[in-house]
Write a protein that binds this ligand. Structure first.
Ligand code: TYD
Ligand code: MG
Length: 469
């Protein structure tokens, strides 16, 4: 005989404890445990009874699934999904409140609606509000059914009746089920409701989009515990102060991960950006010290971004180091390498590093550009505007090879870059047209010789700049 049980579940990571704790021992977040009453999952238990167990079959005899994908025509979305929407797949779309999730979902739903309508389940907004947004997006006439409902069972029965071509639940945190006594938005509710939608999506072969909000702390409240249940996890990122939004696949059972889609938020909704590099570099200051351009790989696509650094004498005993769009630990490490290997006296300087355009760069291949931008600001010597840098920097000041160098260089050439600095180990793989100069560097000293004219404040003394060929 099973009976109900009370547990305390962490809102951030889903950890469960039989008693209340001030701090989650799993994800270390404070005050995140809330009471939940667990009930025996009778429906799941009943499903077991009487159903014959699956039989193993030879892998070679398994018929491959037919590859049918529904393209939305929103190029950046299709790219991130791995070529379109797979029937019966369940997608989790996470992101900060206000970043544009509902906008993206509405646009996608309108594009995917065909003979069968798209069903937009709104737990946060009234049909009138949804209509206002649709009008703004020019989608007022789209074949979309709007359902303002938060009860899981009611939504499921509507899906059974309406038989939509695609379903969007906005958002999963507002949905609650009769079967669970805890409050909407709690881990138990979110998990149970999502499991029901996943089950229905698979059974009826309907794609389901679940929208989930990320909390301020960065953990997806609730939805993080859903990541393993869904086929695809997409995060919508961006800086609210910038119009660019990046859609990133962090898990995809039907395509490659780490693929990104770039959008621009305009008055008329989200517009795919076909050439993000050009956009990210559009406002680059000419001949300003402290700016360097790197080609990062985002999935299969190279992306050119500008790294900016500002180095100025500090008025504190502990100099400030602040970064936007980069890992601060990585920047600290690079500053230490600069101090030790290049003799740059950064201890008396505040250092700020920013990735322009509100983008995030997490690739070590950007190290060389960070070093170059910091050096440029420190020496007050601008870097040639047509020069692009790629390379990882090690603690000994050595420049390490990176992958997919030729794609990065190709993207740079398309945007008018004519001088490239790459790791020496990558240089032999590259064949370049006339008029393009590409230098392989082994260490920071060689980089310095290419970028800067000798300068007394730089620590190293050289009489003549040397341009390596
Ligand atoms: P929304 O999709 O509601 O965000 P989320 O569902 O992630 O909370 O988008 C909210 C923001 O987007 C809001 O600040 C207004 C802005 N926006 C535009 O700039 N243009 C548009 O066409 C739309 C629909 C929204
Ligand atoms: Mg919303």
């Amino acid at each position: 005989m099973s009976k109900t049980r009370t547990v305390y579940a962490c809102q951030a990571c889903g950890f469960q404890s039989p008693r209340w704790l001030g701090r989650c021992p799993d994800c270390q977040s404070w005050n995140s445990l809330v009471e939940e009453v667990l009930q025996p999952n009778t429906s799941a238990n009943a499903r077991r009874g009487g159903v014959p167990a699956s039989q193993p079959q030879w892998l070679r005899t398994v018929a491959p699934a037919a590859e049918e994908r529904k393209q939305s025509g929103i190029s950046e979305l299709d790219r991130v999904l791995g070529g379109g929407l797979v029937p019966g797949s369940v997608i989790l779309l996470g992101g900060d409140p206000g970043i544009g999730k509902s906008t993206l979902v509405l646009q996608a739903l309108a594009a995917w609606s065909g003979e069968r309508p798209g069903l937009y389940v709104s737990g946060e907004e009234s049909p009138q509000q949804v209509k206002m947004r649709a009008a703004r997006l020019g989608l007022a006439e789209a074949a979309i059914l709007v359902l303002a409902e938060t009860n899981t069972e009611a939504v499921l029965s509507q899906i059974e009746q309406v038989e939509p071509g695609v379903v969007a639940i906005d958002s999963i945190q507002t949905i609650w089920s009769d079967q669970i006594p805890s409050a909407p938005g709690s881990v138990g509710q979110v998990r149970e409701s999502a499991a029901r939608f996943v089950e229905l999506g698979k059974r009826k072969h309907v794609p389901v989009l679940l929208v989930g909000h990320v909390t301020k702390e960065g953990a997806i409240a609730g939805p993080r515990v859903l990541e393993h249940m869904v086929d695809t996890v997409l995060y919508f990122e961006g800086d609210r102060g910038h119009p660019f939004r990046i859609l990133r696949a962090v898990k995809n059972r039907f395509g490659s991960t780490n693929e990104i889609g770039v959008f621009e938020m305009k008055d008329s909704g989200l517009h795919p950006v076909g050439n993000p590099s050009a956009l990210f570099l559009a406002e680059r200051p000419a001949a300003a010290a402290g700016s360097a351009v790197v080609a990062c790989m985002e999935g299969t696509r190279p992306l050119l971004v500008e790294i900016q650094a500002l180095v100025s004498p500090t008025s504190f005993s502990n100099p400030r180091r602040a970064t936007v769009g980069m890992d601060p630990n990585r920047v600290s490490l690079l500053l230490a390498v600069l101090e030790k290997k290049m003799g740059l006296h950064l201890l008396g300087q505040d250092v700020f590093v920013n990735v322009a355009g509100g983008v995030r760069v997490d690739e070590p291949a950007a190290d060389l550009a960070v070093i170059a931008a910091v050096g440029s600001s420190f020496l007050d010597q601008p870097i040639d505007a047509s020069l692009l840098l790629v390379g990882e920097v090690g603690l000994a000041g050595e420049v390490r090879g990176v992958h997919q160098v030729s794609q990065r260089i190709q993207e740079g050439m398309q945007l008018g870059f004519r001088r490239f600095v790459v790791p020496a180990s990558n240089r032999p793989q590259l064949t370049l047209p006339d008029g393009v100069e590409c230098t392989g560097v082994q260490n920071l000293a060689e980089l310095w010789d290419i970028l800067f004219t000798p300068c007394a404040t730089g620590g190293r003394q050289k009489t003549k700049p040397e341009l390596a060929g």
